[in-house]
Unconditional design. Sequence first.
Length: 157
Amino acid sequence: MPDSVPRVFLVVVDETPEHRIAVHYAARRAAHTGGRVAMLYVTEPAELQHFHAIAELARAERREAAEQLIQQLCDEIGPIAGSMPMVYIREGRQRDELLALINEEPAISILVLAAGTGPEGPGPLISYLTGKPAARMRIPITIVPGGLTIDQLDALS
C-alpha cells in the first residue's frame, strides 16, 4: 500500500458495551500506523410503515441518538487516533450496510470488532462474518476480546 494512502480501521458502533473496546483499539492502531478510524452506525428501519408520521419521528430519534453517540466517541478518540474519525450513519440491516460500505469505500483496509462477553457468544455480526462471508471479504477482520479494559488494550497496542 502506498504511503500516501493511510490505513482505515473501520469499527461498527452500536449499543453494546464492547463496541468501545473496538473503537479504542482502532484508535490506538491508527495512531501507531499513521492510519485513520472510520465508524459505522446502522439504525434499523422503522417497522410501523403504515403510520408514516410515527415512523418518521422514530427514524429521526434514532438518527439523533446515533449522532450523539458518534460525536461523543469522536471527542473521546480523536486525540488518541491523531485525527477525527470518518463517520458513516446508515439505515438498514447492520451486516448488509457494513458489507456495502466496505465494498463502496476502497480506503477501508481493516474491520475491527469486539467480541461480546455474554453467554450468547461473540455477537451476531462476528458470528455471521466469520462464517461463509469471511471468504468473500476483501479486508482482514480483527476481533478484540470484549472483556479487555482500556489499560489492557493500551498495553497491547
